[in-house]
Design a protein around this ligand. Sequence first.
Ligand SMILES: [Zn+2]
Length: 318
Amino acid sequence: MFKDIVSNEEAKSFLINELKNGKKEGTYIFYGEDKELLMKFALSFMKALNCKNEEFDFCDRCESCLRVNTLTHGDLEIIEDENGVKVESIREIGRIASSATYEGGNRVFIIKDCEKLKKESANALLKMIEEPEEGNFFILLSKNLNLLPTIKSRATIVKIKNRSPEDFGITLREYKFFLGKGKDIEEYKKYNLDIEEAYSYEKLEEPIQNYIKLKKELLENKDSEIEKGLIENKIKFYKGLINLYKNIEYIDIAERISLGEKISFSCENDKITAMEICDYLCHFIKDFNKLEKIMKIKNKMGSNISLKLMFRVLISEL
Ligand SMILES: [Zn+2]
């Protein structure tokens, strides 16, 4: 049910009202910093639009709700591309949108990272939402409102605020440890884990490698033991990174470079984990010029610059 989502009371009651108004189609922009929370709201709205038990809410038990939760619902389309959704993918959505729905209910297209949409894709998207066919709902997820004004004017804009430490029932220290990332905090609380005990930066590779291994396993097998192991290892490497930062002035340049190489080696085949580590290290950096320099390298990650170089520079600049 909507009430089970912690925080964002306004957004929840707004969406419930939209359901009560019995909309037949629509375009929404859910925007905010917390990407996972945006997704949670989008999936909840999808569930509520199709739930077999609840009229203006979702039960999380019926077949439709369960299939949304496992992302196997026939009328749920999630479109994502870490470099911004391509125009071909938008056209493909257009084709799907003009066909009949699988289940005869409402079909929801969730388009992620819309702040990264290039002009061509944005224009194709605009064309599609201009005259939506009945039963189609487009939910655009975006970090901010830097979208085409013409898209914004056709969409209903819903702000999804970041959750505060109070929303989660944790201390500011715990909140900062996880950089306010909701999913991590929820799992940390669920499994009642510890963030106090230190972990040495010299053993950083171990939890990073375990984390990547478990992440793959979890894709195949939604097991709570694997989920727990995943967050445990993430906490470990976060602690290792904190320990690294605390000792940084005692670590000479040669050791820093070798450490950067070791870290890049442990996450070589997993760019997302590499980004998570990079973001964690960046949050220690208070010097704006240094941060800018690192951001420039980080933004090139999609192109040919190597992870090795990024981590070498990053750790040298700490
Ligand atoms: Zn349901």
